[in-house]
Ligand binder design. Structure first.
Ligand code: PDD
Length: 287
């Protein structure tokens, strides 16, 4: 029995629907041995997934980038995700999808004739509460020590795990990572910077994971008439930002109101955040 999960919940494993407690994978699975796999996380509200197609398209891009052959079609993925949500009876939930290169004798080279391991589960989604929305998060800066293919949503997350733990050890909610003096991202979220009314984010390149909320925030900024620029952002620009925020499937959009022990702007969630937040809530309400 695994603590803090619903061991009776139904999961998808290699075409079967089984209880979480009964879902078993070989110790020779390359996900376990090498972290050789990719994943995605789809949030759903009141049983309705948000931007499922964009998440599935990203999953397909990740599979292609690491050359894991998987013959599940887009329609198969959709069915798996929707059936899991429906079967769970959960209103707000997150669907986790993972595909590894499969089970084989330990050898770094790609194995031949091996089926990928496909695992999906659904968990309750505890949305950020009103207190977090009002007070915001705290963050500290951290050198980005991850690999150079952060655009792939790989299950090899040791760098991200160490980054999140660095935040916890520093007594804050998250880190803001920098590579060569430029902003990359949080431990598991994209970071947004507001300066003089303009929303800034680092370019979509191999140094960050392009969140599904990256495109969504761009759309929302456009809808709200907030100028948006994707460009390299320096450490100094982050330190003197008017507002900072982060986005992810599970954090939605949240303000960062303390950075390296200092208040960000007024120390309260800013006006650009407030407009984007309202626009994000409107997207959820319209699902
Ligand atoms: N993480 N950057 C990183 C490194 C991430 O891990 C995530 C999401 C994001 C934001 O992506 P999106 O908007 O598509 O959620 C950016 C997920 C939630 C996770 O690992 O659980």
């Amino acid at each position: 029995m695994i603590p803090n999960v619903d061991n009776d919940s139904l999961v998808y494993l290699n075409g079967e629907r089984v209880r979480l407690r009964d879902a078993k994978v070989s110790v020779l699975d390359r996900g376990f041995i090498f972290g050789d796999g990719v994943y995605d996380v789809v949030p759903a509200y009141d049983g309705k997934p948000l931007r499922m197609h964009a998440h599935l398209a990203r999953l397909e891009r990740s599979l292609e980038a690491v050359r894991i052959p998987c013959d599940l079609t887009r329609a198969d993925w959709e069915r798996i995700v929707l059936e899991l949500i429906e079967g769970s009876g959960l209103a707000d939930c997150v669907v986790y999808i993972q595909v590894t290169r499969g089970v084989a004798r330990r050898d770094h080279a790609f194995p031949e004739g091996v089926e990928p391991t496909v695992f999906c589960m659904v968990s309750p989604f505890t949305r950020p509460d009103e207190r977090l929305r009002q007070q915001g998060l705290s963050a500290v800066s951290l050198p980005d020590e991850r690999w150079l293919r952060c655009n792939i949503k790989s299950v090899s997350l040791l760098g991200n795990v160490l980054a999140r733990q660095a935040a916890i050890d520093a007594g804050v909610d998250d880190v803001i990572q920098f590579r060569d003096g430029h902003l990359t991202e949080g431990s598991a979220a994209n970071i947004w910077v507001v300066r003089n009314g303009t929303l800034l984010a680092p370019p979509r390149d191999e140094l960050i994971l392009e969140g599904i909320r990256y495109g969504l925030m761009e759309e929302l900024a456009d809808r709200c008439g907030i100028p948006f620029e994707a460009r390299p952002v320096t450490e100094a620009e982050v330190a003197s930002a008017d507002e900072l925020m982060l986005t992810s499937a599970t954090k939605e959009v949240l303000p960062i109101t303390r950075y390296n022990g200092q208040a960000v702007g007024s120390g309260l969630p800013g006006p650009v955040y407030a407009r984007l937040r309202a626009a994000y809530d409107a997207v959820i309400a319209a699902l």
